[in-house]
Design a protein. Structure first.
Length: 153
């Protein structure tokens, strides 16, 4: 899991232990309490890890600019929110979908890298960003999307 997320193994272990302490994860069973996780994300993430909008930047679309999660809203977006492409992500500059927009601080510094390796994770992180920096309509769409994706299966 650590290598897939681009994180140090001890960080992942510590995160899982904290998640277990608050009832989000069973370390013994290796199971996520999906209902509790969705409730935490939907109701608290914007307060615990608020997103900040920065200056114009070139980057990877997130929040309501992510086409799969927010298909109906993309057309009206003048300045889409993006995770800035910085030097350590230069290998991403050749990707289709790197656009000009307004910089958004990612949920975690490794989130953009992990999202580029996993399209399903990318969708989820973009929806979480919509909760962190979105307007009421964006947030409602993100809540519905996250509930559907995380509680199904």
């Amino acid at each position: 899991m650590a290598s897939e997320l681009g994180m140090v193994q001890s960080q992942v272990y510590s995160s899982l232990k904290r998640s277990e302490e608050c009832g989000l994860y069973s370390y013994e069973d290796k199971l996520v309490n999906k209902v509790a996780l969705v409730e935490l994300i939907v109701h608290a993430v914007r307060f615990l890890i608020p997103g900040t909008l920065g200056p114009r930047a070139r980057g990877i679309p997130t929040a309501w600019a992510h086409r799969a999660a927010f298909a109906g809203l993309v057309a009206g977006v003048v300045d889409p929110p993006v995770w800035p492409v910085v030097r350590r992500y230069d290998h991403l500059s050749g990707l289709d979908g790197v656009v000009d927009g307004i910089a958004v601080s990612p949920l975690h510094e490794k989130a953009p890298q992990a999202a580029m390796r996993d399209s399903k994770l990318y969708e989820l992180l973009a929806a979480v960003d919509a909760l962190r920096v979105g307007r009421a309509r964006d947030m409602e769409i993100a809540r519905d999307f996250l509930r559907q994706k995380l509680l199904a299966g």
